[in-house]
Ligand binder design. Structure first.
Ligand code: ADP
Ligand code: MG
Length: 869
């Protein structure tokens, strides 16, 4: 113990305060890590692990990164789930032999604000969850945009769904919570008491300076309050208290939005494809936004469909306005294109992290506002002077107008920035020129007083050349010696007596004069003062700008919305979408619907559009057809069209009338790529059970090859029973599209009145089979596979025999179903008679993959075995 150096002790003290973080300890031009942190950092960042002596015969492991490259290394650490505490030197010189050091910032995945560590097009959420029995509190915040929201609800399932929607970078839970470990990329633990209601309330009340949480809507919501308190605490903790940008807290209800479970989000490939890429997702075909703010907002909309027709029509009116006015749309988008991220910039200013370039960019963004207002105003005048057909509900113009009226050019802010910050402001404070001359009298004073000295130095070279007659004499500056006069060796004999030699180079000597040193001191002192004053004045400017934050953020929000609706209009125009209409009656009518993503990916082929018509009389469609004929595409496009409509987008169809869906469920049977390699059937059944328990009459169900993950008879039996249940349960009868390769299910339509059969049309051309991708009423032809076998040239005998066997099998297909009356009687029944082993084998036979010879052999074998029994 006695051999610990003071700086080692300082390190140990600081480390003790941040036991769960990797401490980056500033030593000169490096950030160093020690001990276990060094081992971790060396491993994760491929750094060289060194060591430094520590007391007698002891060495401390150490690994460091250059201070100017720290951001990249920190980003890599937090991406791997680590926390990083940044410990800075707080002075230029040691005090009592020790450099004062402090942790100035804790970096975690959910609290970063550095643009280089963020994706401009998406939120970076920090979430906190608290589970109490069946009740859950969930809060989330994005410190870069000031977003802060909280809610509470029943059920862990909803928690999983909300977390899937938010995809938080970091999730906070209490120390005693161990069941949420895999619910976010990074899960961080806080002591239980951080989630206690009293503490949480206190921290919120103090931060917002209010006496009650009524204004935020969570006064009576204990769990919502507790989660929000934990989020705010953690932000304060990591930002060393500087969280002025968190100015609002919104309490929301999960019931206000369409809930989408994790599997459905993934299956529908909303924001990323099943392969985890943006390409192939719905977002990738819808996102025509041209600003980061718009791109983030669209992602929110896509992730969170609405359940309110009025609200949806407001969005659709706005999209329609830009859809009808192509010129306006082009103009607006040209103005918006590449506008600086006013939302994140404002938040950086609020948090005291802005640099001069950031402030300048606020001005750049605001300068576009009057242009936007003008463009929109002109267009709505034009529009109202036209004889438009009477709008069906609200007028598109009035809905846009309410948006425009919130566009605030904040001229006070642009004036201020114009006066204070030069146009080509630097991005850091090491150089002078952060503040415009004429803005600060104090600054100008120091500038003027040093101006003479700078002029004197500037004129020194010509003056001395004249005085000495040395034409090659030069005046220069470097960090070590300051200003100097340089004379080549050849000319040193002409050097005057007042020159003092300072340094000898290979071919020149460097000199100073006492007068030069005096002026140098003046200049350097002034420079130091100027930098200091510029910093201070800049901070004041930021504070003044910060006072306008609510208006700036509101304007940023309007810009984002305009970008989103104009972008949706652009997608609609380019891709041929129409405005959907909504009803409250649980029906669905789509004329010539298309799959928004698949239609984009087709090259030579044309996408074949399909209708969907579901009424109270027809709730369940069974869709049969060969592989690759287009069943899954038809199912998914129907779900996507409903979902697109409920985010306020136009849809890929000629007409769409949509009974608002409270939820969309999609389940894809095992064997489809999604489930490859997982314990498939169990997953499939768990997911299906969820649907049966949570769907309602207003839901839309997409069931694709459910039951496929098990043996034929199990699968068929389960699929059959599921359809019966959906059909008969009084709470259910949801709109259901069920694609299946079990032709037996076709029989359900005869037994259950709300079930109808559809199949995918197929055409023969010579010996080829063409998939027309066209969905038509009726069940698929059962003998289809045998038909293909025939076309493929299987011997006639085989085909005939197969047809015979098929006919026999058909005799055993289920011909009864549980009808509502029978269900209530609770009757059980055997769906399938015990099939003979030979028949089972035949059912499993993949005729397509057999050679004629194999088929013949098989027939001989069966015949022999049949004779033996
Ligand atoms: P299934 O589910 O019946 O096996 P898919 O829906 O997966 O068939 O479709 C297979 C392929 O057929 C798709 O990848 C797509 O290329 C094409 N396809 C599907 N539907 C259509 C359509 N309506 N128009 C054009 N091509 C389609
Ligand atoms: Mg399929």
């Amino acid at each position: 113990m006695s051999h610990i150096t003071p700086s080692r002790q300082q390190y140990l003290d600081i480390k003790a305060q941040y036991p769960d973080a990797i401490v980056l300890f500033r030593l000169g031009d490096f950030y160093e890590t020690f001990d276990d942190d060094a081992q971790t950092a060396a491993r994760e960042l491929d750094l060289v692990l060194t060591s430094r002596p520590q007391g007698k015969n002891q060495r401390t492991p150490m690994a460091g990164v250059p201070y100017h490259a720290a951001e990249g290394y920190i980003a890599r650490l937090i991406a791997k789930g680590y926390k990083v505490a940044l410990c800075e030197q707080m002075s230029e010189t040691p005090i009592n032999g020790l450099m004062p050091r402090e942790v100035v910032r804790v970096f975690t995945a959910g609290t970063v604000i550095e643009p280089g560590m963020l994706d401009a097009g998406r939120h970076n959420y920090l979430a906190a969850a608290i589970v109490d029995g069946d009740r859950v509190g969930l809060a989330y915040a994005d410190i870069t945009t000031g977003t802060f929201a909280t809610t509470q609800f029943h059920g862990r399932r909803t928690l999983t769904e909300e977390l899937a929607r938010l995809n938080p970078a970091e999730l906070l839970v209490s120390d005693s919570e161990h069941t949420l470990q895999d619910q976010a990329r990074t899960v961080s633990h806080l002591p239980d008491w951080r989630f206690e209601e009293g503490n949480a309330r206190q921290i919120l009340l103090r931060h917002f300076g209010v006496a009650s949480l009524d204004a935020f809507g969570c006064e009576q919501k204990s769990l919502a309050t507790r989660a929000a308190g934990a989020v705010l605490y953690y932000l304060q903790e990591t930002q060393m208290g500087r969280v002025g940008q968190m100015q609002r807290l919104a309490t929301y209800s999960v019931e206000g939005y369409m809930a989408l479970d994790v599997a459905t989000r993934a299956n529908l490939e909303l924001t990323e494809s099943l392969g985890g890429e943006r390409k192939g997702s719905l977002l990738s075909v819808l996102d025509k936004t041209v600003t980061a703010m718009g791109s983030r907002l669209l992602r929110e909309w896509v992730s969170r469909p609405l359940l309110d027709i009025t609200q949806l029509n407001i969005r659709l009116d706005q999209v329609q306005h830009f859809h009808e006015n192509a010129l306006l749309r082009a103009d607006l988008r040209a103005t918006l294109k590449g506008l600086p991220d006013l939302e994140r910039l404002t938040n950086r200013i609020l948090s005291g992290k802005a640099n001069p370039r950031d402030v300048e960019n606020v001005k750049v963004a605001l300068t576009a506002v009057p242009i936007i207002s003008e463009q929109l105003a002109v267009s709505s005048e034009q529009l109202s002077s036209h004889q438009l057909p009477a709008p069906t509900h609200q007028s598109p113009i009035s809905n846009l107008q309410s948006l425009i009226s919130n566009l605030d050019p904040c001229t006070e802010v642009t004036d201020l920035i114009n006066r204070a910050i030069p146009d080509d402001a630097p991005t850091n404070f090491n150089k002078m020129g952060v503040i415009r001359s004429g803005f600060s009298a104090e600054l100008d004073g120091v500038m003027n007083s040093s101006a003479h000295a700078r002029e004197w130095v500037a004129g020194l070279e010509p003056r001395e050349r004249q005085r000495t007659g040395i034409a090659s004499l030069k005046v220069g500056f470097n960090k070590v010696f300051g200003y100097y006069i340089e004379v080549t060796h050849a000319n040193t004999s002409s050097v005057p007596g007042d020159y003092i030699r300072k340094q000898t180079l290979t071919n020149a000597e460097r000199y100073i004069t006492p007068e030069l040193k005096e002026y140098e001191t003046l200049i350097l002192n002034a420079e130091e003062r100027i930098l200091e004053i510029e910093r201070r004045v800049f901070t004041e400017v930021c504070q003044q700008v910060a006072a306008y934050a609510p208006r700036l953020l509101q304007t940023a929000q309007v810009i984002a919305e305009l970008d989103v609706v104009a972008g949706l209009a652009e997608a609609a125009a380019n891709q041929g979408y129409v405005r959907p209409s909504f009803t409250n009656d649980n029906t669905l009518h789509i004329v010539n619907g298309r799959h928004p993503v698949v239609e984009q990916s087709l090259r030579l082929e044309r996408f074949v559009p399909n209708d969907v018509h579901m009424t109270e009389k027809e709730r369940i469609q069974i869709i049969t057809g060969p592989n690759m004929s287009g069943k899954s595409t038809y199912l998914r496009q129907t779900a996507l069209i409903v979902l697109m409509a409920q985010i306020g987008s136009f849809v890929p169809a000629d007409e769409a009338h949509i009974g608002l869906a409270d939820r969309i469920f999609t389940r894809i049977g095992a064997h489809d790529e999604l489930h490859a390699g997982r314990s498939t059937f169990m997953v499939e059944m768990v997911e299906t059970a969820e649907i049966l328990n949570h769907a309602s009459h207003r839901s839309l169900l997409i069931l694709d090859e459910i039951g496929r993950g098990t043996s034929t008879y199990d699968g068929l039996a389960i699929a059959w029973a599921i359809v019966e249940y959906l059909h008969n349960h009084p709470r259910l009868k949801p709109r259901t599209l069920f694609a299946t390769h079990y032709h037996e299910l076709v029989g359900l339509a005869d037994l259950l009145p709300l079930v109808a059969n559809y199949n995918v049309a197929v055409a023969e051309e010579g010996d080829k089979v063409l998939f027309l991708h066209h969905i038509v009423p009726g069940g698929a032809d059962r003998s289809y596979g045998i038909h293909v076998a025939q076309l493929a040239g299987l011997p006639k005998d085989v085909v005939n025999r197969a047809n015979e066997l098929l006919h026999e099998l058909e005799q055993h297909a289920p011909t009864t179903a549980v009808t509502p009356s029978r269900l209530s009687a609770g009757q059980q029944m055997a769906l399938f008679p015990e099939a003979s082993p030979l028949l089972k084998e035949l059912a499993k036979l993949d005729v397509n993959s057999m050679s004629p010879l194999e088929a013949i052999n098989k027939l001989y074998e069966w015949k022999r075995r049949y004779a033996e029994t």
